[in-house]
Design a protein around this ligand. Structure first.
Ligand code: GLC
Length: 456
């Protein structure tokens, strides 16, 4: 019996040490502090920009159309964004209310916007001739925006990167893969990717976010060992101890292997969890159906949809990273520009319901057709009216919890008063409150009611 217990204990200890694989020693509190600015700021700009902008039909064009290197070369040879003015981009982001930005230093096609020592396939060797990443960093920093680098783990150009199921030259059988990969050495690529990540994390000052993309373990796929992800992440943490990293390097079980999760083009139904704990998260979304510039794609979301994406993310404790795909000339498409400016118009008056806000406590349930956010520091609840109600607006279970109510955009009082007429009064239970709203919807895409709460 004693023996059995000893064995069981040994197995348990062994298992828990597996569960605690560590890349980075940090307490929960230290991690919370490191992520504080990011969870406060809530709204960032994603930028997908590379040679695919010239094709103008999705950043996956090389894979989708199975374009070989020699044919794809024309996009490199003609890369010359003569109108690239990153200060203009930065101002657009800032005006929209975005506080940070993440740009593709390298996307899957393998082209680097930065001047890497380890490849010729870089912006400095195109007709453009300059380190576009450097210019971008300087401009965005100058506008006070935090800086993030996306770096593609996948590489469709490097000659040693082994062909896999997402590669433009993907095959269908093991034999075909063996044949295709017989002269390729993933170890060489692994070393290359580490050196490039080293470059972007040492040559551009303090980097606030690293966005690695992505792992697809399984048959003809790639995961942490292919990338050398454990060693890579150790290096990242050493080089930039304050950096915030996404979760796509296949290091979910490693402490320090990731900081936040990244639901892509997906609206979560509730705050995402891992092992039963709510985790930091950010949804990345496009204005239309592509990350890279896509001239003929027409599924552009309207302003209300975009604002709902932002508000709904915050209402579930998350961030929104909203993508632009600049053109081959270096400009931001007019449709994205218009949307950014409409969002900015809303943010100008309503950002108090976004910055520093999170999910509301359970004791506050969202009224019909609305989304709630909550600022724990100010102790205020924000009700976002997605469908403007007709005069009487019932807050179920809010009685005794509210000091004052106003519209956020103009600080005009909203009176807390019983509904007129007995029909409304009959419906109101003793724990409910009624707000008397003006008949006409205020001239705001999504009006916000700010509730100043009693201490609780
Ligand atoms: C996917 C796609 C990619 C895009 C990214 C953004 O991983 O491969 O094109 O960069 O999502 O989240």
């Amino acid at each position: 019996m004693k023996k059995l217990i000893t064995i069981l204990l040994a197995v348990l200890i062994c298992q828990s040490s597996f569960a605690q694989k560590k890349i980075w020693d940090e307490t929960e509190e230290e991690k919370a502090n490191r992520l504080e600015w990011w969870q406060h700021d809530r709204f960032g700009m994603f930028i997908h920009w590379g040679t695919y902008a010239l094709a103008g039909r999705h950043e996956w064009v090389k894979k989708r159309e199975r374009i070989p290197d020699n044919e794809y070369q024309k996009y490199f040879d003609n890369f010359n964004p003569d109108l690239f003015n990153p200060s203009e981009w930065a101002r657009m982001a800032k005006m929209a209310g975005m506080k940070y930005a993440v740009i593709t230093s390298k996307h899957h096609e393998g082209f680097t916007l930065f001047d890497s020592k380890f490849t010729d396939y870089k912006a400095t060797n195109t007709p453009y001739g300059k380190d576009a990443l450097k210019e971008w960093v300087d401009a965005f920093r100058a506008e006070g925006l935090k800086i993030g680098f996306y770096y593609s783990l996948i590489d469709w150009h490097h000659p040693e990167y082994t062909i896999d199921r997402v590669h433009p030259q993907s095959a269908t059988s093991q034999d075909e893969y063996d044949e295709l990969n017989k002269d390729r050495d993933m170890g060489v690529y692994r070393d290359y990717l580490k050196k490039q990540v080293h470059e972007i994390l040492t040559n551009y000052g303090k980097i606030d976010i690293l966005w690695l993309d992505y792992s697809f373990p399984g048959k003809f796929g790639k995961g942490r060992d292919d990338w050398g992800a454990v060693e890579l992440m150790k290096m990242v943490r050493e080089l930039q101890p304050e950096i915030i990293v996404n979760d796509r390097a296949d290091l979910k079980e490693y402490a320090g292997g990731w900081d936040f999760t990244t639901p892509e083009q997906f609206k979560v139904s509730e705050w995402p969890t891992y092992e039963g704990q709510k985790i930091p998260w950010e949804t990345c979304q496009t204005f239309s159906g592509s990350w890279g510039y896509y001239r003929d794609e027409h599924t552009w979301k309207d302003t209300k949809q975009l604002l709902v994406l932002l508000i709904e993310s915050v209402s579930k404790g998350g961030n929104l990273l909203l993508n632009v795909g600049p053109t081959g000339r270096g400009t931001i498409d007019y449709r994205a520009k218009n949307s950014l400016s409409s969002m900015g118009e809303w943010m100008k008056y309503n950002s108090r319901s976004i910055y520093g806000c999170t999910e509301a406590p359970d004791s506050f349930q969202p009224p019909d057709h609305s989304l709630l956010t909550y600022n724990p520091t100010l102790n205020r609840i924000y009700i976002h009216l997605l469908d403007y109600p007709l005069q009487n607006f019932t807050l179920k279970g809010y009685k005794g919890k509210i000091k004052y109510a106003q519209f956020l955009h103009d600080a005009s009082e909203i009176r807390i008063s019983a509904p007129r007429g007995h029909w409304g009064r009959d419906e109101l239970s003793e724990n409910d409150l009624n707000l008397s709203l003006p008949v006409n919807k205020p001239p705001v895409e999504i009006p916000v009611i700010e509730l100043i709460l009693e201490d609780f």
